[in-house]
Write a protein that binds this ligand. Sequence first.
Ligand SMILES: [Fe+2]
Length: 288
Amino acid sequence: MDAPAEEELGEFAETILVFGGPYGNLQATEAVLAEAARLRIPQTRMICTGDVAAYCAEPLATANALRAAGITVLMGNCEEALGYGAESCGCGFEDGSRCDLLADQWYRYSTVQLDDDCRAWMRALPRRITLTMAGAKLAVVHGGAQTINRFLFASNAAAEFAEEMELIDADIIIAGHAGIPFTRPMANRIWHNAGAIGMPANDGTPRVWYSLIVPQAQGLRLEHRSLSYDYAAAADKMRRAGLAEGYADCLTSGLWPSLDVLPATETANTGIALAEQTFHWRPASVDA
Ligand SMILES: [Fe+2]
């Protein structure tokens, strides 16, 4: 079954937890589920922005954990590629780049690990998720509005965000794919990337990231939150599986093995620990 273009989740009156990039990292996935339980956020109020299976050692167990929990999952380029049996991950890396060469290894590994049932589940995932909260329209996309593997980082030009937002009818756009959390206010709208839980944010720490979106009396609050988990166990499983040392080391060092996809600003910020941050969105009528 082909993926529906969009899944409408309706109105949310309470906090939702958003996370991206589980990347086959079962330990991080279990940690974010435990974090939600600690925060008393039910799994029906959790959204994953895609890329369930990628760099790490347990793609099938990770997908099954998300499915068993009943979490709403968006189709990432990894689900699209693995679900439809593509030749490569479709991450958008340049041919022959270090990212491309490393991706070839985990992609072949994940292809073998997944079963037909999981691939069918991946093909059935929505490509866009919409919901409303506190007077705001929210839309969840993986990379960009039309290009599933478009990389958008905090330092990208305003025109690039404007171009994407022109195509999406929402006050707040939540994206994945990039792997580094950020929030980019644009006039009265916001582009928000929750980062990834399966791989650190190239900030020199093993922490991973998720977001809380909290309704307020007027508008809502977006919180970037870090998460600590058993990264040593996840790295050990990767090494035992024969996966690239680069990404296994990254789980511990917090440093990406290749910076090919990063703009100059994010490259310069390599190894600088990210801080937890909070942003606010209020309806235009409140600002007036
Ligand atoms: Fe992706």
